[in-house]
Design a protein around this ligand. Structure first.
Ligand SMILES: Cc1cc2nc3c(=O)[nH]c(=O)nc-3n(C[C@H](O)[C@H](O)[C@H](O)COP(=O)(O)OP(=O)(O)OC[C@H]3O[C@@H](n4cnc5c(N)ncnc54)[C@H](O)[C@@H]3O)c2cc1C
Length: 444
């Protein structure tokens, strides 16, 4: 009996933008995620030690096995878009479809294919701003999936969504920089494979230009004075083995050669750090929402679950929830693909408005879809027996982790307001013409 195809979605409107090679790769990504990654999720979590002494000193072996499989299958570093000769040469639109599929198994698939945050953004820092020695030491092993990395900007006692507030000091003493500060929510710093921290702080706190005070230095894991204080918990989840760690830097010394790009250029780096990477989370979030909707469909069509004489999915309000979810996912996907296409056509800077809109819309959309799926599952939807609470919790963090919604909204509003002068002129011209027409006709 023929079954309904449930493979990767390529919206008809963008189908002409997808090469045959990318379509073939997309199918391979789908098969890998569906048959290897999703079934491995339970084992991945099972292999994370519950012994406090080992929890942050080990990592699930299954992920290393999956990495080997992905490498052999050519599903490696797919995020390296056409601009990078080391990658498979995909456009951002093509990668968006693949990242969506990876998002369906967010704890496992992106890492298995070396496409996980924060490493992708950090690799971009090394690729774009690192010197040859820094690339050799850190970019090469990151690209090979031999080590992991962390980006340390946010500070515990500082509102960090405005990065001019960052207080960590980076003071030059002879041939060394001395670093002092308190960072938190540093993703990936809990993983024993994390070997390098990219740290943002101030080398010139007195500079009248607040965007020239900051610099970025590389601090290898294990440097004396670096202390991992604790893992931050996201509504109960500690995200081991990766973790989002609080860290202190106390008189940490690194050679001046560990400076990236130049003193006072930290802002430039964080702004350039995530080019297309700015929407990788959005792409994956569409996949999270698709997974939640699939789980919802399963529950709604379970013949053993009936209320008031009907299967749950036969109730009209529940069907409306399914339809809303379908429409919202597809709308958000178009926003992401449009942003990706703008980046392909121009660059990330030219796509600021599209990127900002996608960053606001995708997490909120996925939260609503997951919430509806949870509702369909009754009490089971908020307990440990489905992945839904975990999906919801992690998507919720994206309303801050990539910069708060409000900051993106302010950016979108600012760009929209720039149109105001031209729009007002046009409206006034229309009113003038309207009054003229009315005057002429009234005379007849
Ligand atoms: C799971 C997770 C992972 C993270 N990973 C990392 C990491 O790897 N490295 C790292 O350095 N940081 C990381 N962060 C931190 C994240 O980048 C910050 O939480 C984020 O930038 C917000 O900064 P803040 O928490 O200091 O909030 P604040 O800056 O204090 O902002 C608090 C609130 O103020 C409001 N607000 C702020 N600005 C505006 C505005 N312009 N208009 C209106 N309202 C506004 C918003 O509601 C915002 O949520 C992570 C966070 C999470 C939750």
């Amino acid at each position: 009996m023929a079954t309904t195809y449930t493979g990767p979605v390529i919206p008809a409107a963008i189908e002409p933008l997808i090469s045959q090679r990318a379509k073939d790769l997309l199918q391979k990504v789908w098969d890998f995620v569906d048959t290897e990654c999703i079934p491995a999720e339970a084992l991945f979590h099972h292999q994370i030690s519950t012994d406090p002494a080992k929890r942050w000193a080990s990592y699930p072996q299954i992920i290393e096995e999956l990495k080997e499989k992905a490498k052999k299958a050519g599903l490696w570093n797919l995020w390296l878009h056409k601009g990078y000769k080391e990658g498979p040469g995909l456009t951002n639109v093509e990668y968006a479809l693949m990242a969506e599929i990876m998002g369906r198994a967010g704890h496992v698939a992106p890492e298995a294919m070396n496409c996980a945050a924060p490493d992708t953004g950090n690799m971009e820092v090394f690729a774009k701003y690192g010197n040859d020695a820094q690339k050799k030491q850190w970019l090469v092993p990151l690209m090979n999936g031999e080590i992991r990395s962390a980006f340390a900007m946010t500070e515990r006692f500082i509102s960090s969504s405005d990065a001019t507030n960052i207080q960590t000091s980076i003071r030059r003493e002879g041939d060394e920089y001395v670093i002092n500060g308190n960072k938190w929510w540093i993703s990936g710093a809990g993983d024993p494979r994390c070997k390098i921290y990219i740290v943002m702080g101030k080398t010139d706190a007195g500079n009248p230009n607040p965007h020239k005070q900051q610099s970025i230095v590389l601090v290898p894991a294990g440097t004396p004075g670096v202390n991992i204080v604790r893992p931050m918990h996201i509504m109960g989840y500690d995200d081991a083995p990766h973790g989002h760690m609080e860290m202190t830097f106390t008189n940490v010394r690194v050679p001046v050669s560990n400076l990236v790009l130049g003193e006072g250029r930290g802002f430039e780096i964080i702004q350039g750090r995530l080019g297309p990477g700015r929407i990788h989370h959005c792409m994956r979030t569409i996949g999270v929402a698709e997974r939640a909707l699939e789980l919802m469909l399963r529950r709604l069509t379970d013949p053993t679950r009936k209320t008031f004489g009907k299967m749950i999915g036969e109730h009209g309000t529940v069907q409306a929830d399914v339809a809303e979810s379908r429409m919202e996912i597809d709308s958000a996907r178009f926003m992401v693909l449009n942003a990706a296409h703008m980046i392909d056509l121009h660059d990330a800077k030219s796509a600021l408005r599209e990127i900002g809109m996608a960053k606001i819309i995708c997490p909120s959309m996925a939260l609503r879809v997951i919430d509806r799926a949870q509702q369909a599952y009754g009490a089971e939807g908020i307990c440990q027996d489905t992945v839904l609470p975990n999906l919801w919790t992690h998507v919720r963090t994206l309303r801050y982790a990539d910069g708060p919604d409000e900051v993106h909204r302010a950016q979108v509003a600012k760009l929209e307001m720039r149109r105001a002068k031209a729009v007002v002129q046009k409206i006034e011209e229309q009113e003038r013409r309207s009054a003229m027409l009315l005057g002429q006709k009234a005379k007849l």
